[in-house]
Design a protein around this ligand. Sequence first.
Ligand code: DMJ
Length: 671
Amino acid sequence: MPAASLLPLFGSAAGPGALGGPAGGGAGGGGRKAAGPGAFRLTEKFVLLLVFSAFITLCFGAIFFLPDSSKLLSGVFFHSAALQPPPPPPGFQPRAPPQPGAGPAMPEEAGGAGSLERIRADHERALREAKETLQKLPEEIRRDIRQDKEKLLQDARGRKEAAAAGLPQRPFRQPVGAVGREPADLAVRQRRDKIKEMMKYAWDNYKRYAWGLNELKPISKQGHSSNLFGNIQGATIVDALDTLFIMEMKEEFKEAKEWVEKNLDFNVNAEISVFEVNIRFVGGLLSAYYLSGEEIFRKKAVELGEKLLPAFNTPTGIPWALLNIKSGIGRNWPWASGGSSILAEFGTLHLEFVHLSHLSGNPVFAEKVMNIRKVLSRLDKPEGLYPNYLNPSSGQWGQHHVSIGGLGDSFYEYLLKAWLMSDKTDEEGKKMYYDAVQAIETHLIRKSSGGLTYIAEWKGGLLEHKMGHLTCFAGGMFALGADGAPSDKTGHHIELGAEIARTCHESYDRTSMKLGPEAFRFDGGVEAIATRQNEKYYILRPEVIETYMYMWRLTHDPKYRQWAWEAVEALEKHCRVDGGYSGIRDVYSNHESHDDVQQSFFLSETLKYLYLLFSDDDLLPFEHWVFNTEAHPFPILRKEDGSKEEKKNRSSFNLLHSLCFFPGLGRVILF
Ligand code: DMJ
């Protein structure tokens, strides 16, 4: 049995589909490939190795999982301060997600019975993997071993670098649902494959024409720079990492990782958007780390997080929108009301910063975002609503403009998701979210005469009957939050999500290209239609598809897959060009005029949500993951998993690391 199949990730780096795990080869029985005499000898060796590994598993299982001996061992061997976990950030008792297939975390009290269960599961898994190994050609086995060796060396390097960067040691446990099984239904499988093909097309073109630059211009076939990232480079690479991972595009993920290792550089003299860099770069690196366990991503995420900290140096601690990451000097957008910071920008740091504290052991990140909460909670909210502008010096609201679309949107999203990500312990986030939704329902949500529910904007008490494409994410948000809604409003919140999804679908359906405009209106005799020329564009945005994804997962109503497929067809027909995918200037026109930008969020969000829509629910299940606003999945930080267990696992990991190292075969990781 190659150690590859026991490694947490990329265990069998073989040909197409190999990363899919057991489904890939197990079902075919023993006759996939004829084994020669050479293979037989190698096979024998691996059967011996299996027996040996099983024996070691049993020994260590007994040592670590029988309660008394584990206490004894940790007392005797691991009373070292160097091995203690970092103090958790205030208010959080996080842990890494449990192993796949392990089911719900086993409580400590389960004691011997739980341990035996676990040992049995280990054995069954080892047998299954041995069966798969026996079907491999000697060449494949040798390649697996080679790759394991490389990975081990790389891991060791990563750990050294992390230690040098002052990061605490952290055992990596396989995440739940990082890759899913193939959908059983052939038609669904074909649609999912099509979306993967789209991702490959977008990626290959970026690689060919704009590799290492931020985004691709698919018509002019060159790089595109947006000033949002200053001269930080590689936005598409970092944004796409987790999509490549969940789509099992192993080669592409590997080249992306290598680029990050060698080229991603934050030591630049650049003024960046704190919000955009946070959601795309910090978010992309964090999720890449949680999915793959590659230390480089943790290290880069924390390094970038530290670069962003000077943005909080304002009298209130409400961060600047723009920051020079070399000088640490910040400022706000010159167009923002009275020098204000923007609600959707400073309100969309919470998830990433809590995870930065978790991964670095440094509470400062979580403290910064908790302070934003504190400032907001002290302020009066007009009619319970949050204006989009807040002055970071005076701590006073700017212009009273309220929007659930641009300038406001992801602030509300992060209140809900902060609560979910905290394993539903962040009561303050929960209350702020449901109170805000109540005010939104009262003051902004309206129904058109044609029966379409929409979310209007509010300007100093007056409604503007316009809804942005960005606002369409709210359908998914309402549905996701339905479960915790107060006083039996669960059904109502799901219904609200469904109505917003329908309205946004109408905004697509009422165009010639079946792609939605940037904003649509409900006045002057129109419904769900853009009336102004400068609102008719579509820039490959994800929000409508995002809402379909949440609605599909939460209701399994087939219409959401149908609507998503309509969008795929429209994207293929109108946005796919020779050099990638492009936005469209006017979705009501009969002729495409392309904007010549392949946005990085097309790879990170639009294609990921589509892929999830045509995957089973066990891929990135909602019980374990929360998506940041750029669709980067972060694990839920479990409340019951206190530092005691983390400490125990850490100690066990280190002992095994030093004892169970088989030269040339890789390390056996038992849990
Ligand atoms: C993404 O970068 C994020 O979803 C953000 O919250 C809003 N806009 C874009 C995509 O439209």
